[in-house]
Design a protein around this ligand. Structure first.
Ligand code: NZQ
Ligand code: ZN
Length: 385
């Protein structure tokens, strides 16, 4: 097992009717800014519950944070936070709202041009406003990690950043608040969580036995519960299990002491920036092709995955790996996500664009062995058409 430091200060408040707890988590004299997206929280009344929980607080609101949040929109909120002397942020929504709020929290106290925060992957952040979250879409793990992804529309760049100052102080996870998710977002969330786990698990063995079992446990739960969430949207136990999987899938637990890949995610971010494809859908396309093209480098873990996650016992190594990859693709499709670019109306023209953008962003040696080069990405995307 590799050396590691595990640090995660986010308090999780999980379960039914937990929104009412937020009043106790925020200092009483705070000026609070509620941040949210396109209005789902107003339609499903989560907003009303949050307002009731904040009775007695000085509260402002900023809506309109879009999926794949943009620097341009977020800077409007940063101006308001500064002008209105806001000192506590409360993100209410999915990963985009939480990620956007992390940017706002850092940018509001940043000396210099805030895009530098993203350009430098978060390393130049020294402090940030405190914030909490109310999660409405289990997928990204942003509710319990210190990372975020922001898009600069004018530059066509979607880039990740992180900093220890960007952990939420608390996150409320009420599974009943996910009942109103459209089927497409349920699928996106399950696939995103699945791929977070594979990015930290399908690399090479370092004898991280517990991390492997955690990862396999999350994958098995997603395979078991994901389709049920589509069939029975108001099944509390199903939603609760998926929500906790998403949070634990990317909160530092399963990555402690093991190698990490993330090449699928970096390619996916470029596809979203160029074509507007949902994050989960980019992963559904790229992951199966990535596992196939890197099957030799990932052989030992792929064989373990085939056996422990998919129960594949027979056939030679190549056949077992092939079957595991096919089952992965079938699972994504069963969650309603096509796994070929053509099914999203995207053709060969995207290939040089993605490769060009990766080069422009310095992402020329991706993956756990730094061997995912622009040439390999080009070949991989040919296999995604
Ligand atoms: O904007 P509103 O109206 O709220 O609607 C949202 C949005 O249209 C809707 N939605 C959310 N909760 C709902 C709901 N609709 C009905 N009922 C509810 N309860 O869902 C749509 C998508 O929301 P979004 O927040 O964009 O989705 P997600 O949570 O999948 O977040 C995706 C973003 O997170 C980034 C992605 O790149 C992408 O920008 N990621 C962040 C990570 C992190 N911080 O660690 C890691 C991930 O790998 C990922 O890259
Ligand atoms: Zn993701």
């Amino acid at each position: 097992m590799n050396n590691f430091i595990f640090y995660n200060p986010t308090k999780i408040i999980f379960g039914r009717e937990t929104i009412k707890a937020i009043g106790k988590e925020i200092p009483k004299d705070s000026r609070v800014m509620i941040t949210y997206g396109g209005g789902s929280i107003k339609r499903n009344r989560v907003f009303d519950e949050v307002m009731a929980a904040l009775a007695g607080f000085d509260v402002a609101e900023f809506g309109g944070i879009e999926p794949n949040p943009t620097y341009e929109t977020l800077m409007q909120c940063v101006e308001r936070v500064k002008n209105e002397k806001v000192d506590y942020l409360l993100a209410v929504g999915g990963g985009s709202v939480i990620d956007g709020t992390k940017f706002i929290a850092a940018a509001a106290l940043y000396e210099g041009e805030p895009w530098e925060i993203v350009k430098n992957y978060g390393m130049t952040v020294k402090r940030a406003l405190p914030f909490g979250t109310v999660l409405t879409l289990p997928a990204t793990g942003s509710e319990m990690n210190s990372g975020a992804v922001v898009t600069h529309r004018a530059l066509n760049a979607k880039l990740p950043f992180s900093n220890p100052a960007l952990f939420p102080e608390f996150s409320v996870l009420d599974p009943t608040k996910t009942y109103t998710l459209p089927a497409g977002q349920i699928g996106n969330g399950v696939v995103d969580t699945f791929v977070h786990v594979t990015e930290q698990y399908l690399t090479y063995p370092v004898n991280g036995k517990l991390q492997d079992r955690f990862a396999e446990g999350i994958l098995l739960t997603l395979i078991e519960e994901g389709p049920k969430a589509l069939a029975e949207p108001e099944n509390y136990d199903v939603r609760a299990n998926l929500m906790w999987c998403a949070t634990l899938g990317l909160n530092g637990l399963i990555s402690a002491g093991v190698p990490q890949d993330w090449a699928t995610h970096m390619i996916g971010h470029e596809l979203t920036a160029l074509k507007g494809l949902d994050h989960g859908k980019t992963l559904a396309v790229v992951l199966p092709a990535m596992l196939k093209i890197r099957a030799r480098e990932k052989k030992e873990k792929l064989l373990q995955y085939a056996q422990r996650v998919w129960g594949i016992q027979s056939g030679d190594d190549e056949a077992r790996i092939g079957e595991a990859i096919d089952k992965t693709r079938d699972f994504f499709e069963s969650m309603g996500l096509p796994t070929r670019l053509c099914e999203y109306g995207i053709g060969t023209d995207v290939i040089p664009e993605v490769v060009g953008q990766l080069k422009a962003h310095g992402m020329v040696k991706l993956g756990e062995k730094r061997d995912v080069t622009p040439e390999l990405v080009e070949e991989l995307l040919q296999n995604c058409l």
